[in-house]
Design a protein around this ligand. Structure first.
Ligand code: CTP
Length: 397
């Protein structure tokens, strides 16, 4: 059961949307409110969304309950308190249990996620900051409030995070950290091969698959270096972004980090060729030369395959014909442990799409066709297949 605690701040209205997101994910949700919260949102709103009465009263017991706050605490998979006001944060930090929500908090042993939300001056007050620091040491997971327009009319830090952000944080908090202590290098995005200072050769890669892998790995506890060609995507939380532009820069960045890695996933679409010479000045259209001379780029993955010792190597293949045959050949030639095959002929798969449909092929040549799914889900599916090839997690790593 997902326990959602609502306290008395204006951002309580956003919690209705958060609850809807959880319900849509097929979670059973029980809402617990402070009396203050009921001034902002009616308990009936949450009752309607969850199918269960929102609970406020510490001393009321319904049929089937024994000790309300203990029953609630022990049935919770996670306790999400959103918004968390300065008042409730203070009580939690001090161990005060004067309402149902704070009593449940003291009894709960599940992960507790807090989304503080209040006026900036209140948020920055040393008392609130000290209380939050204390709650962190007690194991609470605190989502930093956003900066921006606040209900009191001023703009600043203290704004409640959006419901989707809280839901994502909760998913992350609950995911098993089966990659903890492992060091992983992911490459993503296209490379750009300059022709002159304004032009380059590149490809249609947007980086979505590689970034989804980096995000999934960070969530599962891995130390992630994301060597990425130019994309429009933000660096996933918890990953270290190493921006590069050309194949040769990617080659250097990857080789520099390779020795210290347990796993390399090469999702980047590396340009196979580069212009033999990049002009120092912009090429003018004087028609003097119309042919482009190209030269082969280093094959990064093939080189890793030659150098590898204990590392697990995962490559991607993008094919348009005789896909599995070509992918198996690539896996052998590059000495890979696994290859993820994108078939560009399938609608909804490949470059720029939020979904993907792939086939995963292992060293024994066994091929597993996966159904079409979001790149986020696929990232986890790929990691599930890789995990048994790696050593056990290193605790504390
Ligand atoms: N790759 C690489 N360095 C290159 C080219 C590709 O590391 N210079 C990696 C990609 O990141 C990917 C895998 O090799 O994981 C397969 O890339 P792909 O372009 O499909 O295969 P190629 O080996 O380049 O073969 P071809 O272009 O002939 O299909």
């Amino acid at each position: 059961m997902y326990l959602v605690g609502v306290t008395g701040g204006i951002a309580a209205y956003k919690t209705a949307e958060l609850v809807r997101l959880f319900v849509r994910e097929k979670k059973e949700v029980q809402v617990v409110m402070t009396p203050g919260a009921a001034h902002f949102v009616s308990p009936l709103t949450f009752h309607t969304l969850t199918g269960r009465p929102a609970l406020l009263d510490q001393f009321q017991v319904s049929p089937g309950e024994r000790v309300r706050h203990i029953d609630l605490a022990s049935s919770a998979r996670v306790f999400v308190i959103a918004p968390a006001t300065a008042n409730t944060i203070g009580k939690m930090a001090a161990g005060i249990a004067d309402n149902l929500l704070t009593a449940v908090y003291l009894a709960a042993r599940c992960p507790v996620v807090l989304a503080p939300s209040m006026n900036e001056q209140m948020y920055l007050h040393p008392a609130v900051q000290e209380n939050l620091a204390r709650l962190r040491t007690h194991g609470c997971l605190v989502i930093d409030p956003a900066e921006g327009e606040q209900a009191c009319g001023i703009s600043g830090k203290g704004r409640a995070p959006e419901p989707a952000q809280i839901a994502e944080f909760v998913r992350s908090a609950l995911r098993e950290k089966d990659y903890r202590g492992l060091r992983v290098l992911v490459t993503a995005g296209p490379t750009r091969e300059p022709l002159d200072p304004v032009r380059f050769i590149s490809n249609r890669s947007t980086g979505l698959m590689g970034y989804a892998l980096a995000r999934a790995l960070a969530r599962r506890g891995a130390g992630v270096a994301l060597v990425s060609g130019p994309t429009a995507l933000p660096c996933p939380d918890g990953a270290e972004l190493v921006p590069v532009e050309t194949a040769r820069q990617m080659h250097a960045a990857v080789l520099e980090r390779f020795a210290g890695c347990d796993l390399v996933i090469k999702a980047a679409a590396v340009a196979d060729y580069r212009p033999s010479a990049a002009a120092e000045q912009k090429i003018k259209k004087d028609g003097a030369k119309t042919a482009l001379e190209l030269q082969l780029n280093p094959d990064i993955l093939e080189e890793l395959g030659r150098r590898k010792s204990e590392q697990i190597l995962v490559g991607f293949a993008m094919e348009t014909e005789r896909a599995k045959e070509h992918a198996r050949e690539k896996l052998r030639r590059k000495n890979l442990d696994l290859i993820v095959l994108n078939d560009l002929t399938v609608p909804g798969a490949g470059f720029g799409s939020l979904t993907n449909q792939v086939c995963i092929i292992d060293r024994k040549g066994r091929a597993e066709d996966l159904p079409m799914m979001s790149k986020e889900s696929l990232a986890h599916q790929i990691l599930d297949r890789i995990r048994p090839l790696l050593p056990p997690s290193r605790p504390g790593g």
